[in-house]
Design a protein around this ligand. Structure first.
Ligand code: DGJ
Length: 748
């Protein structure tokens, strides 16, 4: 529910008339001290209109009564949008040069309105205008009431007689107020995504950003948690958690000056992306999404997860199949026979879908390695004489679905596509063309490239309507930021035009193929953002499938993204780069906390491993999947703080739960705190048992049932060096890479 309390002093016709001519309503007409409250079930953001300015008075837990903000006792934290102007010495959210060369912008309130978009979702648009210039800013908020997520974005409109140059144009600005601030951010690399780091903000400016274009989350994620006053834990502390829904260059700025206020700005990274707004033109910024938690980080994650499943993923409330991908099993080295065997063996161990990865295409320049063929999307008949159709038949005959890999935004110089269209790649006429992974990036801002990229998916899905899943990869970031279709003076549009072009193509694909499952991938987790995710069912979390590293990668990723979207595959051991040998149970127990899959040649597993896989896939399908994919996550023991880690998922009706515990670094004699479950119904009784084990004895339900209250207060005892695990309330983690999965079920 969004309160909508503005008194209307101006008649609508008069406003429209003034607006049409770009005149500023006189301050006297705007003496109304209105409150504008953007509210969700637990969160509120309050603005007050005063002296024709809109100021932010509050962002925090929702209140019973907002009338208190009509008085002036609480100081304003900052404006609605901080602009570059004479009296603002902070980093501005908006910095433009007006048509006559004036550098400052002074925004005044014009009007606001709130409307219901759908049940539980409301939009508030606050319209501002420069005091002098016919330059308008519409600040738009969407509030998802039940999910406790708010988004903020701006639309900039130029009604001036000449062009306006946009230099900085953040989507959102939040002035926050606390004694101290602790910033958690997520940094990474290929093979090591979403590592957590936390630091206290000191005076000055802290910027998190990306300039990698396609691989928007390659080094840093556009996600943050800002703990207020003291570092938040999983269950305690006030914090703001936010992210930017944009699959291109982004930036997040946290500025702490002499006052206690921290100015937090987020949006497109404007570096090298100056944009000219012609008279009559407008520019829409992407969404800056955020939430507030007064009970720690876990709650903020659950807010994002629930929201994502309902609003920000394709079919986010539909269970995902398990799958077997051949990439780590074969890399480029496969033929039809090998793939047929993988399909056969995969079906025997019980996976539900097979996905054919890179290397299936290219005729004149076969894609036998990453140096050739990318861009030539015709099947390589030497490798696969029966073509895709034959593999689909094989897969269907074994009762599985079929999926396929593409990397449509890229091209190898050694390809027929590049020979035909060298002008389609991003390039600068005077510079060498830089390659990453031996490939160039196609210019998605070019309408012909957009048609081509749409065509790749469209042809595949038209010719093979049985394709159920597409893995959409992108393995190169931007190096040459230049386009052959943009005029010289518009080259700074490339970054933004690329992402807009990508979304345009994905819109076309989704309009025609709403059902086909799609995974977003960019050399692993290089494009995990809420700009891309609405088009996709899931993301490839990392090329690193080593279960130990995955504990950390998935831990970080889970702060903003739900398990249903987090692809997690069991791969062969030892790991390719880590050379670590890990037990099959440990590998499954880790991968089960996301969308479970496998990434190996099942034929190369031992009989024991095959039998375990068969049991584990069944356990996942029948017990774990609905709870993990649709339930609420509770992170219980952090791998960053302890040599063990534990997390659990609880179904939204709290009737079922699955708890995972891992021992990732063993030192004999280590003692651990009890692992205390969370999220259970305190008054209900639960029986418990071990699952994902081949020992039938250990899978027996506990003789007794325990109240949720008892389990949450008492917890599970961790036995790691000596002692017995006969007690159902003991979790045995005997040695490095041991793990347990515990099922909890309510007894009626
Ligand atoms: C990078 C992806 O992350 C991998 O899973 C795989 O699809 C390769 N690309 C294929 O080239």
């Amino acid at each position: 529910m969004i309160q909508f309390t503005v008194k209307r002093y101006l008649n609508i016709c008069l406003i429209s008339g003034l607006m049409a001519f770009g005149f500023l309503p006189s301050p006297a007409m705007l003496m109304d001290e209105s409150l504008i409250t953007i509210e969700t079930m637990h969160t509120a953001l309050v603005y007050r209109v005063e002296d024709s300015e809109v100021n932010c008075y509050y962002f925090g837990e929702s209140l019973q009564d907002y009338e208190v903000f009509r008085s002036v006792t609480t100081p304003a934290k900052g404006p609605l949008i901080s602009s570059a102007r004479g009296q603002n010495f902070n980093e501005p959210a908006l910095r433009v040069t007006h048509h006559d060369g004036v550098l400052s912008t002074e925004l005044t309130y014009i009007k606001h309105e709130t409307k219901a978009v759908s049940p539980g979702v409301r939009q508030t648009i606050i319209t501002l205008k420069d005091k002098v210039y016919a330059f308008w800013v519409e600040v738009s908020f969407t509030a998802w009431f039940n999910e406790d997520i708010i988004s903020m974005s701006t639309r900039l409109l130029n009604r001036e007689p000449g062009p306006v140059q946009l230099f900085d144009y953040a989507s959102g600005y939040l002035p926050l107020y606390a004694g101290k601030y602790f910033l958690t951010s997520f940094h990474g690399e290929w093979y090591s995504e979403m590592n957590l780091q936390e630091e206290e903000l000191t005076r000055g400016i802290k910027i998190l950003d990306s300039r990698h274009g396609t691989r928007s989350t390659h080094k840093l994620s556009p996600a943050f948690i800002l703990s207020l006053d003291r570092p938040a834990t999983e269950t305690t502390g006030h914090l703001v958690a936010g992210t930017i829904a944009w699959s291109g260059n982004w930036s997040l700025t946290f500025e702490k000056q002499v006052s206690e206020v921290v100015h937090c700005l987020g949006g497109i990274n404007s570096e090298g992306s100056e944009w000219e707004l012609a008279p009559g033109g407008s520019f829409q910024t992407p969404r800056f999404l955020f939430t507030y938690s007064a009970a720690g980080k876990g709650r903020a994650s659950r807010y994002f997860h629930r929201w994502a499943r309902k609003y920000a993923l394709m079919q986010g409330e539909r269970l995902r199949p398990t799958l077997l991908n051949n990439w780590e099993g074969t890399y480029f080295d496969f033929d039809e026979r090998k793939i047929e065997e993988i399909i056969r063996d995969g079906s025997e161990i019980g996976v539900e879908m097979f996905v054919l990865d890179d290397g299936w295409f290219g005729s004149r320049y076969p894609r036998d390695n990453d140096r050739a063929g990318l861009g030539d999307w015709t099947v390589n008949r030497k490798k696969l004489p029966g073509g895709i159709g034959h593999l689909i038949e094989q897969t269907h005959a074994r009762g599985m679905k079929f999926g396929i890999w593409i990397e449509p935004e890229m091209v190898n110089p050694k390809s027929e596509l590049y020979e035909r269209h060298p002008e389609w790649v991003l390039q600068e006429p005077t510079r060498d063309r830089y390659r990453q992974r031996n490939q160039y990036v196609l210019d998605m801002g070019n309408p012909s490239v957009q048609d081509f990229v749409f065509g790749i998916t469209d042809h595949l899905l038209t010719e093979y309507p049985a394709i159920a899943y597409i893995k959409w990869d992108a393995n190169s970031h931007f190096s040459n930021v230049g386009s052959t279709v943009l005029p010289t003076e518009r080259q700074s549009y490339v970054n933004i035009a690329y992402t807009q072009g990508l979304y345009h193509v994905l819109d076309r694909i989704r309009a025609k193929y709403p059902e086909v499952m799609m995974q977003v991938c960019a050399s692993g987790g290089g494009r995990v953002d809420y700009g891309a995710l609405p088009y996709f069912h899931e993301f490839w979390t990392s090329d690193d499938t080593d279960a130990l590293q995955r504990i950390f990668i998935q831990w970080g990723t889970s702060h903003f993204f739900p398990a249903i979207a987090m692809a997690a595959h069991v791969s062969a051991t030892p790991g390719h780069l880590t050379h670590r040998v890990l037990p099959i149970k440990f590998r499954f127990d880790v991968a089960m906390t996301g969308r479970l899959g496998m990434e190996l040649q099942p034929g190369q597993m031992s009989e024991e491993e095959k039998a375990f896989s068969n049991m584990a896939l069944k356990t996942y399908r029948e017990i774990v999947r609905p709870v993990v994919q649709l339930g609420d996550l509770y992170r219980l023991v952090s791998p960053y703080e302890h040599n063990i880690a534990s997390l659990m998922y609880v179904s939204t009706d709290r009737r079922r739960a699955v708890l995972f515990a891992y021992h990732h670094h063993f030192r004999f004699g280590d003692m651990f705190d009890n692992i205390r479950p969370q999220g259970l119904d305190p008054t209900a009784r639960y029986k418990i048992r071990d699952i994902n084990t081949i020992d039938p004895e250990r899978q027996k339900w506990s003789e007794h049932s325990y109240t949720g209250e008892f389990l949450m207060k008492h917890g599970f005892r961790v036995v790691s060096s000596w002692g017995s695990t006969d007690d159902p309330l003991a979790i045995g983690l005997f040695g490095e890479y041991t793990s347990e999965v515990v099922e909890l079920q309510q007894v009626d």
